[in-house]
Design a protein around this ligand. Structure first.
Ligand code: ZL4
Ligand code: CA
Ligand code: ZN
Length: 381
């Protein structure tokens, strides 16, 4: 049996708490935790859970969260409710509670669940028997040590990377959400032990949230050169994005030689997203995940943005199949509980109609790639 056990040993760990899909930011709010139930539903209906070790991770404790966040902010998140929020108006202001980051029922439990999953996943990656950990509820990259921002209250990514840094000398953070990964960048801006790389939509004059992420932001002190931003315009398409991604990220890997990788796989870079503006297909998005997976470096894969929720679920279920090396049929499984929501095509890769114009010219992308390689040459391996 020991032979059988070692043969069957699953190297992929999947973290999911069934409760996460029940939280609501607000009826009209674009961030819908229900997408996580859709995702898990497809993962299970495709029977991908059988290829992974599945965990319902413990909630993060107050102290876990205080490894990055200031105590007064955590105490506030813990105590504020929709009913008593009037009494907390001073704190609500200073902690950036807003229409983007509203107080909703169960807010603190929500934070504890998604952050607990990322921390547990990171801890598992620091023990020998897991190659890849997945937490689709994580990836909330905008939260700062002392405030909420852009639908993110606590920064599970920073908390996870802090755990990885206890064991691994160098951690590479890659962010393919369409928004700039500002919270993670800021947390590791002054260290060479975590290199942050974000691909995102960027407009001069801060006209696209969060407004940061220009090429000029490169890190400071010991962290100088260990922060890389890839600012892009609307309309990025499959071919250009995947070529650029592989070109940039393989040079980063060769120069930086990371011991562990954290990949934020935000699905708002897909075509037709409600807040995005790129044209990526699920296949192209998944190709980026596959590329990083094939390095065979300990890997933590997280979710993030994604506002067309059927496509988010398709994307993350497909990426789960890539991570467990299993091809899944194009027709969505009829036994999925939410099958009805995936019409009219009921397929994994729905056709991308009405694509928007790609404002990134060949010349833009060539120049960008050249600048990035010049920059990376300054990192001595
Ligand atoms: C909404 O309809 O650009 C929030 C947010 C709530 C419901 C009812 C309120 C209506 C779009 C967004 C008024 C909302 C006004 N409701 C929101 C500068 C802004 C100030 C706030 O993917 N208004 C701020 C944040 C971005 C801004 C993007 C991405 C997260 C991630 C990782 C975060 N904030 C302008 C917007 C709505 C809403 C409709 C909205 N907010 C769209 N873009 C933003 O990177 C998870
Ligand atoms: Ca990004
Ligand atoms: Zn986003």
């Amino acid at each position: 049996t020991s032979h059988v056990r070692s043969h069957c040993k699953k190297r992929i760990s999947y973290f999911h708490n069934n409760e996460i899909g029940n939280f609501q930011f607000g009826v009209q709010h674009p961030m819908k935790p229900l997408r996580l139930s859709y995702t898990n539903d497809l993962v299970c209906a495709y029977r991908l859970h059988e290829k992974m070790r599945v965990f319902c991770p413990p909630k993060a404790t107050d102290y876990d969260l205080m490894e990055f966040h200031i105590p007064s902010y955590i105490t506030f998140l813990k105590n504020v409710t929709p009913e008593n929020s009037e009494q907390y108006s001073f704190d609500a202001d200073r902690f950036n509670i807003s229409e983007d980051c509203p107080i909703f029922r169960g807010l603190y439990d929500f934070c504890q669940i998604y952050a607990g999953a990322s921390v547990a996943a990171a801890l598992r990656l620091t023990s020998e028997d897991t190659d890849i950990c997945i937490n689709w509820s994580g990836g909330l990259h905008h939260a700062k040590h002392n405030e909420a921002s852009g639908f993110c209250f606590v920064n599970d990514i920073v908390l996870a990377i802090q755990q990885l840094l206890r064991v691994y000398p160098r951690v590479l953070y890659i962010d393919i959400d369409i928004h700039h990964g500002d919270g993670v960048q800021e947390a590791f801006y002054e260290t060479d032990r975590c290199m942050t790389v974000s691909f995102h939509k960027y407009k001069e004059n801060g006209k696209y949230f969060p407004g940061t992420g220009g090429l000029g932001e490169i890190g400071i002190g010991l962290g100088k050169r260990y922060c890389l931003n890839i600012p892009l315009k609307d309309g990025m398409d499959d071919e250009n994005y995947v070529v650029l991604f592989k070109d940039v990220i393989s040079d980063v890997k060769d120069r930086y030689q990371p011991n562990a990788v954290v990949l934020q796989s935000g699905a708002d870079s897909l075509g037709k997203d409600k807040l995005g503006g790129f044209n990526l297909s699920i296949k192209a998005h998944g190709e980026c995940v596959r590329f990083v997976k094939n390095w065979q470096i300990p890997l933590l894969v997280l979710g993030g943005g994604g506002y067309k929720i059927e496509n988010v679920a398709r994307c993350w279920a497909y990426e789960t199949s890539i991570l467990v090396d299993t091809e899944v049929p194009e027709a969505l499984p009829k036994n999925a509980q939410f099958y009805n929501f995936f019409g009219p095509d009921y397929s994994l890769h729905p056709p991308l109609v009405r694509r928007i114009e790609n404002l990134n010219t060949k010349l833009d992308l060539q120049k960008l790639s050249q600048q990035v390689h010049e920059r990376l040459r300054l990192i001595d391996g």
